[in-house]
Design a protein around this ligand. Structure first.
Ligand code: KG4
Ligand code: ZN
Length: 342
């Protein structure tokens, strides 16, 4: 195999990240997370782009140093073109262009969602990670997206189901916010749910056709429960926090698992992968493992460091594009809503 070195750059939301791959083997991965958003209970786009500007030079520099690679050894720069926050994407895209021009290195654009899905093909220097066989189904659950994707090849993906309103991560984050929990709410709900009773409350489950998802009805029924109960007892949330988290999270996990099982049956595909920030969730991981045993799946749960946004996944998606000769032109602009799969 050729020796290809890819530098990946990710800046679509609130993490500035760079990673270096030797073919599909990870040499380094650096992530600067932005604490600045915590006190606002959500990502503030203006502050995100400013923080990316401050972070991007040291992050890329550190990734190259940790990989023991100088910029002249890099064969291609893979960067996230979208989807994401436009100002944030602009920082990564512009930086990639500058680096490309000044060092005469080709650029490769990457769809952030492809990155999450293809993160299953990154290997670690000391061990190969399990890779799904094509075709496989990926349940992609992040802050902005909830999709079931049929993956036939790195460049052949089809969205077979998607949310018609909120994403699963978004619903968790919003419900966490009204409970007064810090942002992002997903990991906090994960932790609190472990101490709660999942049967304490019943929240609405959607009835949506096919393999599509919906989470706004669940969110509304959660908000109504809080409103009604807080009117009776102002300390309701504080007293019931763990039970609320457990009941909410298990409902989300149920909704996610049901459609995935249905899609696996319909397509006759039993290699099942998870991807995206919510795939770090311990209840979801346990449920998919259990369903895997029941339905004879091979389940692929990403390493925790590859669940939330990272540049290793961007680099590996870029690696496959580079092998196909898909070089990006310098006039290319970032795209905030870049949903369509290749
Ligand atoms: O993939 P990601 O890092 O960014 C996007 O592309 O959106 O996903 C972020 C989402 C947030 O909604 C966050 O609350 C959720 O992933 N998340 C989790 C956990 N870790 C991150 N949700 C549930 N449990 C977790 N452990
Ligand atoms: Zn993401």
């Amino acid at each position: 195999m050729d020796d290809i070195i890819i530098l990946g750059i990710e800046s679509s939301c609130d993490d500035t990240s760079a990673a270096v791959l030797h073919n599909t083997t990870l040499l380094s991965s650096v992530i600067a997370s932005q604490a600045v958003h915590e006190k606002y209970g959500g990502v503030i786009p203006e502050l995100a782009s400013r923080a990316h500007q401050q972070n991007i030079v040291p992050v890329v520099d550190t990734a190259l140093k940790e990989a023991g690679i100088t910029i002249d050894k890099v064969d291609a720069i893979a960067f996230t073109r979208g989807p994401g926050l436009l100002g944030s994407l602009m920082v990564g895209t512009s930086f990639a262009k500058g680096l490309s021009i000044s060092n005469n290195i080709p650029m490769v654009e990457v769809n952030h969602l492809h990155g999450h899905i293809l993160s299953h093909f990154v290997d670690l220097p000391d061990r190969e990670l399990p890779h799904p066989d094509y075709p496989f189904l990926c349940l992609l659950v992040s802050g902005g997206h909830t999709q079931i994707v049929k993956v036939d090849a790195p460049d052949k993906m089809e969205i077979v189901g998607t949310t018609i309103d909120d994403a699963a991560g978004e619903a968790l984050d919003k419900c966490a916010k009204v409970m007064g929990l810090p942002y992002p709410g997903g990991p906090v709900i994960d932790r609190l749910a472990k101490e709660g009773n999942k049967d304490a409350f019943k929240f609405a489950k959607p009835r949506v056709e096919g393999f599509n998802y919906s989470f706004s009805g669940l969110k509304t029924s959660f908000l109504y429960t809080l409103r009604d109960q807080v009117a009776i007892d102002p300390d309701f949330i504080e007293k019931n926090k763990t039970d609320l988290c457990a009941s909410l999270l298990y409902t989300v996990v149920d909704i996610l698992a049901d459609k995935l099982i249905k899609a696996s049956k319909e397509f006759g595909i039993r290699d099942i992968a998870l991807g995206g920030g919510v795939s770090a969730n311990s209840a979801l991981r346990a449920r998919i493992e259990a369903e895997g045993k029941r339905h004879h799946w091979r389940t692929f749960l990403p390493e925790l460091k590859f669940t939330t946004d990272n540049a290793a996944m961007i680099a590996v998606a870029g690696y496959y594009r580079y092998l196909r000769g898909e070089i990006a032109t310098l006039d290319l602009a970032p795209i905030a809503r870049y949903e369509e799969m290749v």
